[in-house]
Ligand binder design. Structure first.
Ligand code: BT5
Length: 325
């Protein structure tokens, strides 16, 4: 109902009376009035004049399904979206509802107060400034192939940004960078058994309109936002839809056989690591090596003094020789 009323307001160039809305939707005028007040509380600017009715002046910069829908061209990704004003972690919420949810269900929140990174790290997620969302996925693939989903997510973000004229690169396995600094991280979690997946939760966090003051001092050397780098405000609704659209396209291909297929080329082209000497940190142990390639399984091929090894994304952190990259 909420969505229907909002659409009527959006489609009307002029004032529309409460009576007309109530006739169209078969609800009372009092109910219409209640909804209008709820919209105002969410930040919609609605002018009301007695005997003329209501007119939508502006929509707030928020990410409920009603706002994203018009840019969305997916079949199933994001069609069931659970929207929150504030939450501890969208990944956590997605896990709670995953078993009963349809594939493609998205949990999205304006802020996270317990945002999670990999390996128990924290992810800062200030209100109304970024995209903090998690997608529930249920592919019939072997659990060993799950880490590839992160790679598909990374490509979806890079391509969506490209569609909006923004150039970015991937720092394998789960960071997206603009001008060499991190604007996005991906956290993929799985529940299942040895040979069967119950569900995968892919969480994407994107620093969209964060200002310098939103980035803690200890992260400033490696973290930035799209707004800081591009010098302009970015439409979060369009970017969110764009990511879901591109993700679905690649994910449908992936689901067929659990292989990355042709997108491996995009991963290579977008990689900031290929050719670089890096530190590979696994459970406290650090080794230096030169990144040669990303193989067809999405693993990092690194040349160490002892020979070439394929690095699986599991518990690994990759760093530049003396910094983030
Ligand atoms: C990641 O971990 O990069 C995965 C981040 C995933 C966040 C999303 S938001 C929606 C969903 N719900 C969640 O609770 N999580 C997911 P990792 O590679 O471990 O990087 C974490 C490190 O990045 C931290 O230790 C900080 O150093 C840094 N960091 C924290 N917040 C950041 C931010 N907003 N932007 C850039 N770097 C950040």
């Amino acid at each position: 109902m909420k969505n229907k009323i909002l659409n009527i307001l959006k489609e009307s160039d002029d004032f529309i009376s409460g009576q007309k809305i109530s006739d169209k939707l078969n609800i009372t005028r009092a109910a219409v009035w209640k909804y209008i007040n709820a919209f105002k509380e969410e930040g919609y600017e609605i002018e009301s004049i007695s005997r003329r009715g209501y007119k939508l002046i502006s929509s707030p910069d928020i990410l409920p399904y009603e706002e994203i829908e018009k840019y969305l061209n997916t079949d199933f990704i994001g069609r069931d979206t659970r929207y929150f004003d504030s939450i501890d972690s969208t990944n956590k919420k997605a896990k709670e509802l995953a078993l009963d949810a349809k594939e493609g269900t998205v949990v999205i929140s304006e802020e996270q107060i317990g945002g999670k990174g990999r390996l128990g790290r924290t992810w800062i997620s200030p209100k109304n400034k970024g995209i903090w969302m998690s997608i529930v996925l249920k592919p019939s693939i072997e659990p060993s192939k799950v880490s590839k989903v992160t790679q598909i997510g990374a490509i979806a973000v890079v391509k969506a940004l490209e569609n909006m004229g923004i150039k970015s690169q991937i720092k394998w396995p789960n960071d997206i960078l603009v001008n060499g600094k991190k604007i996005c991280g991906i956290l993929t979690e799985m529940s299942g058994e040895l040979n069967m997946i119950d569900y995968i939760i892919m969480g994407i966090g994107i620093n969209v309109n964060l200002d310098e003051k939103d980035i803690p001092n200890d992260l400033k050397h490696k973290a930035t936002s799209i707004k800081i780098e591009e010098g302009k405000y970015i439409d979060r609704k369009k970017l969110t839809a764009n990511i879901l659209n591109t993700f679905e396209k690649y994910y449908i291909d992936f689901k067929k056989d659990g292989e990355l297929g042709e997108i491996i080329d995009i991963l290579r082209e977008s990689s900031i690591l290929i050719g670089k000497t890096v530190r590979i940190i696994t459970r406290g142990e650090t080794r230096f090596g030169k990144v040669i390639d990303i193989n067809k399984d999405g693993e990092l091929q690194v040349e160490f003094e002892t020979g070439i090894e394929n690095i699986y994304s599991g518990e690994v952190s990759v760093r530049g020789i003396d910094g983030y990259i």
